[in-house]
Design a protein around this ligand. Structure first.
Ligand code: ATP
Ligand code: MG
Length: 200
């Protein structure tokens, strides 16, 4: 399974609907400092529910909404909504139809050779709201997380290597570094379960 497209709409520096195609093997996104490269990754983490706001460089969810006055001190009004859609190719059958149907809570998920995960954040005068969609069906974060976990994508995983992560790994102790290998090998999950069982 791999991401084929990321669509950013009113998210961070993307004031206009922007479609980013990603290729199966290798895609490089190049651009000057501050041009929005990391914001694209933040968009993926946001849509897939893989990071808390701090992990995507925002204090609160509404900071993720495109703000035309972001870098100035003038208060310019912008949109009240941000949305990011991540399109995944499931042509290799990583997820089967039953798993997608279970996560979506509906038979009405279309062709599951393509998985579309969308998240919106909406601001009103006194509040804000966050919505997730799976192949067009409204779902909860836990539904998305369960589905992604079945495909080997978890918030604790190293599916996304962030700016600074490599330096952090270099500076780790050997013991801490082994923790990463345990995580990747799937051993950490059992260690956690063993620990939980011992406490009972
Ligand atoms: P670098 O090469 O330095 O890592 P980058 O291409 O990764 O740069 P980003 O960090 O993705 O750049 O983008 C930073 C830009 O995004 C800043 O100019 C910042 O003003 C802008 N930005 C962040 N949040 C918003 C927002 N809510 N509205 C408008 N612009 C925003
Ligand atoms: Mg960057």
């Amino acid at each position: 399974m791999h991401i084929t497209e990321v669509v950013l709409d009113g998210f961070k520096s993307f004031g206009r609907t922007t479609r980013i195609p990603l290729y199966e093997d290798f895609t490089v996104i190049a651009g000057p400092n501050g041009s929005g490269k990391s914001n694209i990754i933040d968009g993926v983490l946001f849509a897939l529910g893989l990071a808390r706001t701090r992990g995507i460089r925002a204090e609160k969810l509404t900071d993720l909404i495109y703000n035309p006055g972001h870098d100035g001190d003038e208060d310019v009004s912008g949109p009240n909504e941000a949305a990011v859609t991540v399109v995944l190719s499931n042509e290799d059958g990583t997820l089967d139809r039953a798993q997608v149907v279970a996560a979506a809570g509906s038979e009405n998920v279309g062709d599951v050779s393509e998985i579309t995960i969308k998240r919106r954040v909406k601001r009103t005068e006194e509040n804000y709201y966050s919505y997730y969609y799976l192949n067009g069906r409204s779902v909860n974060l836990s539904d998305i997380q369960d589905l992604l976990a079945a495909a080997g994508v978890t918030p604790e995983g190293y599916n996304v290597v962030m700016q600074g992560d490599v330096t952090e790994i270099i500076n780790m102790t050997a013991y801490q570094r082994r923790g990463i290998i345990d995580e990747i090998a799937g051993v950490a999950e059992f260690d956690a379960k063993k620990e939980a069982a011992r406490e009972e």
